[in-house]
Design a protein around this ligand. Structure first.
Ligand SMILES: [Fe+2]
Ligand SMILES: [Fe+2]
Length: 419
């Protein structure tokens, strides 16, 4: 193990410590010990951890410590790991502290979901709807990927159908359950991220607009935001096809190539001509501008503030959230509540439109549905938000199946929550 200056990190080095991003009293685990550094995450480390001089890396030739035991391996120079409450109650033994201690344990989460929400009708109904729509999305995007032609009419019809379902029967089509549905059938399939981004865009936008057509256009924008990746692959404009399928990390040059996926104005600029200009532009600019950042630090053009389209600003937020909670390997996935925390820090740094970020935050909650929380009465899973409070959701306990609204029950709290 040795210390390396933050500017001297190089692709291929293995992290020798967990890196926490500190916000308030909480540390968000961003990178785990044992991770092999790529150009992309070196760039992120240098931006997020610019305040620290050096980082522990493992010596070349020394077998890396895998993330299979991250709980025991916590070390951090930037901030201490979040302290899970030490009070041991019998209920906590059931799913283990690892679920609430900064690491992601998929079998544990699966067991908890099976015991708490899987049989509930609202979950089953939403899951059936998601599955149906997802298979349609998959078909449309697959055919675009095969033929290079997007059936814009079919996309618009599907968006209209999903938006109506959400509008008319939100109790049976609840986008906030997306995480639970997806994690159950966890799959790193190509179109999952597109579908997630569309659904999260719809959820957030519906709190900012009641114009049905606009919501439909924003859903389409979310669905197609990364379509440039398919375009670059299909027409072999660069090595995108190889890069997106590559299992390991990316080189700096490959990362530059990935960034070109928003450089597709020539390809998408004429899409959806049948729609009114205002709606068309939400779709086109959502594709072109979702990596621009409110403070001007994004790409491709370095636009800032409201010169970035509304859809670009909105998809920018949901895209980061989804990328964090759905990394390629579930071992490196970030818990939804940690992702929310990290987004808050990014918003404080001026990366997002504050109003849009606030809306997303209040829609998802401090602990999004599906978050595993360590309450004073044991490990529970967040079942739904309480509209009266962003940080006091309704939770369900794994062992008893008991549902508790944290706002109404003074005896149960989430001690690691914001003070
Ligand atoms: Fe993107
Ligand atoms: Fe994306």
């Amino acid at each position: 193990m040795k210390r390396v200056g933050i500017k001297e990190l190089a692709p291929g080095m293995q992290l020798g410590e967990d890196l926490y991003f500190k916000r308030g009293g909480l540390g968000v685990p961003l990178f785990s010990r044992g991770v092999e550094l790529t150009a992309k995450n070196i760039d992120q480390i240098q931006r997020f951890f610019s305040g620290i001089a050096s980082i522990l890396v493992q010596d070349a030739g020394v077998a890396g410590v895998t993330s299979s035991s991250p709980v025991e391996q916590h070390q951090s120079v930037s901030a201490p790991p979040p302290e899970a409450p030490q009070e041991e109650r019998p209920k906590q033994a059931l799913y283990g502290r690892q679920l609430v201690d900064g690491s992601f344990d998929k079998p544990g989460v699966d067991a908890l979901i099976a015991a708490t929400v899987r049989e509930r009708p609202e979950f089953q109904y939403t899951k059936a709807k998601f599955t149906e729509y997802f298979s349609q999305v998959g078909g449309l995007l697959q055919s675009f990927s095969n033929t290079g032609t997007l059936d814009q009419q079919d996309v618009a019809e599907l968006a209209w159908q999903v938006t109506s379902e959400f509008h008319e029967a939100p109790q049976y089509f609840d986008p906030s359950l997306l995480y639970l549905v997806q994690i159950e059938d966890w799959d790193q399939g190509t179109f999952n991220h597109s579908f997630d981004a569309a659904v999260l865009t719809l959820l957030t936008a519906s709190r900012m607009s009641d114009q049905f057509e606009e919501l439909t256009a924003l859903f389409i924008a979310g669905l197609l935001h990364d379509v440039g990746k398919f375009i670059y692959s299909k027409y072999q404009l660069n090595d995108m096809d190889y890069i997106v399928k590559k299992p390991g990390g990316l080189t700096a040059e490959e990362y530059e190539q990935v960034k070109r996926h928003v450089d597709v104005e020539d390809h998408v600029g004429g899409w959806f001509e049948q729609l009114p200009t205002r709606l068309r532009e939400q779709i086109i600019y959502g594709i072109l501008e979702h990596h621009e950042r409110f403070n001007g630090s994004g790409y491709l053009k370095g636009k800032s503030g409201t010169s970035i389209s509304f859809s670009g600003r909105l998809i920018g937020v949901v895209d980061v959230y989804d990328a964090l909670t759905r990394r390629r390997s579930y071992k490196s996935m970030v818990r939804p509540d940690d992702a929310i925390n990290l987004l808050g820090t990014m918003a404080e740094r001026g990366l997002f439109d504050r109003k849009i970020h606030q809306t997303f935050y209040s829609a998802m909650g401090r602990y999004p549905v599906g978050s595993v929380v360590n309450t004073t009465a044991g490990v529970a899973v967040v079942l739904r938000q309480d509209p009266r409070s962003v940080d006091a959701p309704v939770v369900v306990f794994g062992d008893s199946g008991e549902e508790v609204g944290l706002l109404g029950d003074e005896s149960v709290r989430i001690p690691s929550g914001p003070e």
